[in-house]
Design a binder for this molecule. Structure first.
Ligand SMILES: *Cc1c(COP(=O)(O)O)cnc(C)c1O
Length: 339
């Protein structure tokens, strides 16, 4: 039995989800006539207390659209050195928006309001790029699924407001943070100008992200999505998966988190692990001690048909998800214990 813990994107739609998809009422979404897409957008907009939401084929495209909405070519975006928009979107920030990133040296992908203040280029100092956007990620991907402290986010919002900066949240795994911290989507909607959320991660959908924001920013989003090639036709079949996930798969994230914690506690007791990063959600990042080679370790696991990710420098990543069953979990705990 193959056990795939490389990412929470490897899930396949469940029977219930497939049924919902097959029964979706669809139309041409480029004409805004797909009622299932319209329903998902209205529902997510309301969830976050924003006037507008837009369905995207990927989280990358939703983030790239947000960056474009907030900036002009030559501007600078403040984000963490671990940020997905900086590391894993193919250089899209510079390719699509012509902006550079000012990287903050944060902790597990998170930083403070003071660090943001220090990273802002003074607007009158025309030698430097103009800072126009602050971007954060919750939970942090490369930071190991860490959740931000909401009070720090409020302080960063204040810095954004007083410096006239946009505030974008890459919430690919915001659902996980909401479950852990008992926060609401509305809390986040109040703080951020734009938020992207993924349906194809923990929520178990095959495809789909949504970007939310208010009218003044979002009125241009449909054009940018079109330019990026993200105008899709009868895409309600995919939006139906998102609606299904909101109804059925949010609570299951708690189970992913529990399994991740259990994996971490087994890893901590083994001799081959030097350090396990703090586990808050569904991501476990750990470092092998220097007697072990990461590729050798991965090969060993792969022989047992357990697949995890290599992050380089002896750091490895395990991500739990909806298709990772309790019996798979038992196997993994036993194997990690006896390696
Ligand atoms: C997965 C992810 C995205 C979006 O990725 P896509 O593969 O384009 O959907 C964006 N941000 C973070 C932090 C992610 O983990």
């Amino acid at each position: 039995m193959k056990i795939d813990l490389r990412s929470d994107t490897v899930t396949k739609p469940s029977e219930g989800m497939l049924k919902a998809m097959m029964n979706a009422k669809v139309g041409d979404d480029v004409y805004k006539e797909d009622e299932t897409v319209n329903e998902l957008e209205a529902r997510v907009a309301k969830l976050f207390g924003k006037s507008h939401a837009m369905f995207f084929p990927s989280g990358t495209m939703a983030n790239q659209t947000a960056i474009k909405l907030h900036t002009n070519p030559g501007d600078q975006v403040i984000c963490d050195k671990y940020a997905h928009i900086y590391n894993y979107e193919g250089g899209g920030a510079s390719f699509n928006s012509g902006v550079s990133c000012k990287l903050i040296d944060g902790e597990r992908g998170m930083f403070t309001a003071k660090q943001v203040e220090e990273a802002i280029n003074l607007p009158d100092f025309y030698h430097s790029p103009l800072t126009t956007l602050v971007e954060i990620e919750n939970t942090t991907n490369k930071g190991g699924g860490a959740c931000w402290d909401f009070n720090e986010l409020k302080k960063i919002k204040k810095v954004c407001t007083s410096n006239n900066l946009g505030f974008h949240l890459d919430g690919a795994r915001l659902w996980n943070a909401l479950m852990v911290k008992k926060e609401t989507a509305l809390d986040y909607g109040e703080l951020f100008d734009t938020i992207s959320v993924c349906f194809s991660k923990g929520l178990g959908c095959p495809i789909g992200s949504v970007l939310v924001g208010d009218e003044h920013l979002m009125k241009n989003a449909i054009r940018i999505r079109k330019i990026l090639g993200g105008g899709m036709r009868q895409v309600g079949f995919l939006a139906a998966a998102g609606l299904y996930a909101l109804d059925h798969n949010l609570e299951a994230l708690v189970e992913d988190h529990k399994k991740a914690r259990e994996i971490a506690s087994v890893l901590k007791k083994t001799s081959y692990v030097e350090k396990v990063e703090q586990v808050e959600t569904n991501i476990v990042i750990f470092k092998l001690n220097n007697k072990y080679d990461d590729q050798m370790f991965l090969d060993l696991l792969e022989k047992k048909d357990i697949h995890i990710s290599n992050m380089g420098q002896r750091k490895l990543r395990i991500v739990t998800h909806l298709d990772y069953t309790s019996s798979m979990h038992e196997t993994v705990l036993n194997e990690l214990n006896s390696l």
